[in-house]
Design a protein around this ligand. Structure first.
Ligand code: OAD
Length: 249
């Protein structure tokens, strides 16, 4: 697949130059060029090598908290060693280009905030935070221990990663805020996501129903490629900088 088969339609540039309300929603694909594995890419995706129901569900954690804690620690080390790529940096530039820019991400890798984005809405939590599995409160620090997972210093419950697992609800208010932004957007960019995990995958429909200009950026067109105004088939680290350069003219 030629992953650089994208043309930026001048109409899209024209719309972006006059837009003030722009929403970008990202998935694991934007971090692929930072060498962080995605989930569903064949062969390299996490879900092709691990079973999500054994690692990313409350049942998995109840069954084997040590295995789940250690798997997320492995992912955290991977992410901590990674650097934002040109795709992340282009979104930082975009934040300053539009009066009302919101970056909604499904990613838990902190790369958008590390790149410099301020207005970031994390739908699926963040690997860098841990929380008590009993009361759900974030726990910033705990005493050194050989216990895996560590125990909550407040109540003694097991600590867990502060990420959304399958079957769990999103952080309170996050979906409403994301849906409201999509509904009032002039441009909605869907970047590096396979658009299969709900409710994130349905956010674009709020934008479509609003008559927003919708854009998919992905080297492998998804099932939503047919409904967007512009499908840019290429890696985010190439397409997003090209988009920013074209807007600047
Ligand atoms: P996926 O792994 O499902 O999809 C990654 C997408 O990125 C695919 O469509 C790839 O074609 C695309 N891609 C690969 N390289 C790219 C690049 N360089 N530039 C742009 N796109 C690229 O990841 P997500 O859609 O983010 O949730 O998955 C959504 C959720 O499912 C995740 O947040 C996670 C996962 O299970 C939970 O764990 C709850």
């Amino acid at each position: 697949m030629d992953t650089s088969a994208f043309e930026i339609n001048p109409q899209l540039i024209q719309v972006l130059r006059s837009a003030s309300k722009v929403v970008a929603m990202t998935g694991a694909g934007i971090s692929a060029e930072s060498k962080i594995p995605t989930f569903r890419d064949a062969m390299t995706g996490l879900w092709s090598r691990f079973r999500p129901e054994e690692l990313a569900t409350p049942e998995a954690f109840a069954r084997d908290p040590k295995l789940v804690w250690e798997w997320y620690r492995w992912r955290y080390e991977l992410v901590a060693a990674a650097e934002p790529n040109p795709g992340h940096h282009a979104l930082v530039e975009m934040e300053d280009m539009f009066a009302e820019f919101l970056l909604i991400t499904q990613n838990v890798d902190s790369l958008h905030t590390r790149a410099g984005n301020k207005r970031v809405l994390e739908l699926h939590g963040n690997l860098s935070r841990s929380k008590c599995s009993r009361d759900g409160q974030v726990v910033e620090q705990w005493p050194e221990t050989d216990q895996v997972p560590p125990l909550c210093p407040r109540c003694g419950g097991l600590l867990r990663p502060d990420v959304v697992w399958f079957g769990e609800s999103l952080p309170t208010g996050a979906l409403e805020k994301a849906a409201d932004a999509a509904l009032h957007s002039e441009v909605f960019l869907s970047i590096g996501t396979s658009s299969v995990v709900e409710p994130a995958a349905s956010l674009i429909y709020y934008a479509v129903n609003n008559g927003s200009t919708t854009v998919e950026i992905n080297p492998n067109p998804t099932s939503q490629a047919g409904l967007v105004t512009h499908a840019l088939q290429g890696p985010a680290g190439v397409v997003l900088p090209a988009l920013v350069a074209a807007i600047k003219g």
